[in-house]
Design a protein around this ligand. Structure first.
Ligand code: GAF
Length: 390
């Protein structure tokens, strides 16, 4: 959907012209999975698939929300003077109301209502972070309409608080950061321990990032995401009984080896090993790009998948099939699951000329095995959440 169509749809729904249109991307992650709540590094980028919002301030206190993606929910309505606490029955609207709630805790005030029409082209539940996309969409809209004195980074943190405190998913900062701070053609190499980051051009020579959507939706909150985080925290707690270390991300691979006896539990060792090794792989992957060593970069990406499959156990047969089949194809440098796991998407770094063939072969194998199709997109790296000015 382009800006003109979303404006038209807004008008059909609400009867007036929208005052502004906003876009908030989804994200991919080159490498660094489940490291962001372990004080490690991540390497994500915002993409051109995402969520559009057309909106207008109102003179009264009513808020009306409508999403084409969840049209069955109809128009969701509340009043800015209502209790804005989480309400399970309010469905997707909680992401917008949650941003008001969290920004309100930081001093923002909302003196009037607004109408908002939302349309996302990000496949729902595909692990490209449609929820963070919606949070940041609401964030940039609220900032404009209520003249909030907040930075883009403040909106990023508010989005994470919506997940953690409002919705109840103990996610890290990666998704909101990538979606809020993204820049066209740039990935972000972020140290989640210090929050220092640098933009890094996604220049992969003759290669593209092929997104492979399993179309098996994941549900992070009801999946084992919070359990994984708790397992990492427990492993760290056991290490800290004897060693002064702030996070798993602060441990080198050899330092970790020396303290596994303190963890002394098969599952917890595997979870923590993933966090420690994945952090190191992410640092090495950036070094490989610095060295123009794309073959090594690809190997690190594939190693990440193996670690997520066996040590962290967040993959599923659908994603393993996409990744394994991609690995077997000429022109593929590496492939792995992205995001929280338990469904959603994988990526493959593929030679541009061979991408169509890889897509065909992987798609056919997937359809034969699972009886439904996977979808494929070439990632376009895009700007973070913003108002669309024409
Ligand atoms: C989800 C979370 F929201 C992120 O914070 C991150 O932990 C990711 O899973 C795994 O790397 O997308």
């Amino acid at each position: 959907m382009d800006t003109a169509s979303i404006k038209q749809e807004y008008k059909t729904q609400f009867g007036n012209e929208p005052a502004a249109v906003f876009f908030s991307p989804g994200r991919i992650n080159l490498i660094g999975e489940h490291t962001d709540y372990n004080g490690g590094h991540v390497f994500p980028a915002a993409i051109s698939l995402g969520t559009y919002g057309a909106a207008t301030p109102r003179t009264d206190n009513t808020v009306r929300l409508y999403s084409t993606n969840l049209a069955d929910a109809g128009v969701l309505t509340f009043d800015v003077s209502d209790d804005l606490s989480f309400d399970k029955t309010f469905g997707w609207g909680n992401y917008v109301k949650g941003m008001m709630y969290e920004l309100g805790k930081k001093g923002a005030s909302f003196a009037h209502g607004f109408d908002m029409y939302v349309h996302g082209n990000l496949p729902d539940g595909a692990g490209m972070s449609s929820s963070a996309s919606l949070e940041l969409l609401a964030g940039v809209m609220l900032k404009k309409f209520f003249e909030l004195d907040v930075t883009q980074l403040d909106l990023v943190y508010a989005g994470q608080q919506v997940e953690n405190d409002y919705i109840g998913l103990n996610s890290g900062i990666m998704d909101q950061f990538a979606i809020g701070m993204g820049q066209k053609d740039q990935a972000m190499f972020l140290d989640t321990n210090t929050m220092k980051y640098e933009y890094y051009p996604v220049e992969l020579g003759d290669n593209v990032v092929l997104i492979m959507n399993s179309n098996k939706p994941h549900d992070l909150a009801s999946s084992k995401y919070n359990e994984r985080r708790a397992q990492c925290e427990e492993a760290l707690r056991r290490i800290q009984t004897q060693v002064d270390v702030a996070s798993l991300g602060a441990l080198s691979k050899s330092a970790f080896d020396l303290v596994t006896y303190l963890i002394n539990d098969d599952t917890l060792i595997r979870r923590a090993r993933h966090a420690v090794f994945e952090n190191q792989r992410t640092i090495d992957a950036k070094q490989a790009l610095d060295d123009h060593d794309l073959v090594k970069f690809g190997h690190l990406i594939s190693a990440s998948h193996i670690s997520l499959q066996y040590d962290y156990e967040v993959s599923v047969p659908e994603l393993d099939t996409l990744v394994d089949t991609a690995w077997d194809q000429a022109g593929v440098l590496g492939a792995r699951i992205i995001g929280g796991g338990f469904g959603g998407c994988a990526i493959a770094i593929v030679n541009r000329e061979q991408a169509a063939h890889v897509q065909e072969v992987v798609g056919k194998a997937y359809q034969e095995k699972f009886g439904y199709a996977a979808d494929f997109y070439i990632a376009e790296i895009a700007d973070g959440a913003h108002e669309v000015i024409e």
